[in-house]
Write a protein that binds this ligand. Sequence first.
Ligand code: ADP
Ligand code: MG
Length: 295
Amino acid sequence: MEFSPKDKAAILIEALPYIQEFYGKTIVIKYGGNAMINDDLKEKVIEDITLMKYVGMRPVIVHGGGPDITEFLHKVGKESKFVSGLRVTDAETVQIAEMVLVGKINTEIVSLLNNRGIRAVGLSGKDANLIRARKKLATVHENGKVSQVDIGYVGEVEKINVDILNDLLDQDYIPVIAPIGSGKDRESYNINADYVAAEVAGALNAEKLLLLTDIEGIYGDYHDKSTFISTLTQSEAKAMIKDGTIAGGMIPKVEACLCALAAGAGKTHIIDGRLDHSLILEVFTSQGIGTEVIK
Ligand code: ADP
Ligand code: MG
């Protein structure tokens, strides 16, 4: 499709209210799923974040790395097992997760952004004590019963050192965070990146938390596309987790939205990272996309 110069001007002007609304505001982006694997989509996400930065927003990126971690574990002969969407993580697995997240994925995102003229800085939860973590037990909902299961070095956020993030943001850097936390005995914890993004959004009082994933958003029945839900309230979300309608990897995502809202983030959205420029669509247009979880 070709646009005339007049159309192009109109499109830019249409974005003006959103640019004004979010100028100087903090937007936390959880980067994961296909948008992180597919090279084309990757470039588009990087472009979107670059645009957000250059129109005056303060983006913060938290990335996942599930598929890469699974691939590396497979290479060393370890298969991955998940409980309630969380990876069962023994001592060797957490070491591999840390190497992949911090050494490979984080540095790649940082260099892609730097290549666009952005000043991105990579951090793991260990840098400047960014993420203090403790063990997290997995909550299993089965046959109407709830139980807690030990799944190893899987952590939850105890405390975010928000000062380092604000210092970087004030100096015009984009923090890029790998979801590895440090325990009280310096042990590493692998933390689901959705939770890290939520805690970061809460601690920074972010305007928005955007969780990129590989599905359109939340479905009432995820095998039936006609059950798509564009807005979900906190109490509806809780009920859907309890009755198993929201399952697997969608559980941490929805819990992340609830946690960010409770901690003071403005709005939370689960959006489809398979769509070209989904971040721009969500932030700069009135339609919005994906599922919004609200108070
Ligand atoms: P990511 O890599 O983005 O963290 P996950 O695979 O961890 O993605 O989580 C998203 C997945 O959650 C979806 O692909 C889907 O299979 C699953 N899911 C479970 N329940 C739902 C639901 N009610 N609506 C949408 N997706 C759901
Ligand atoms: Mg996930």
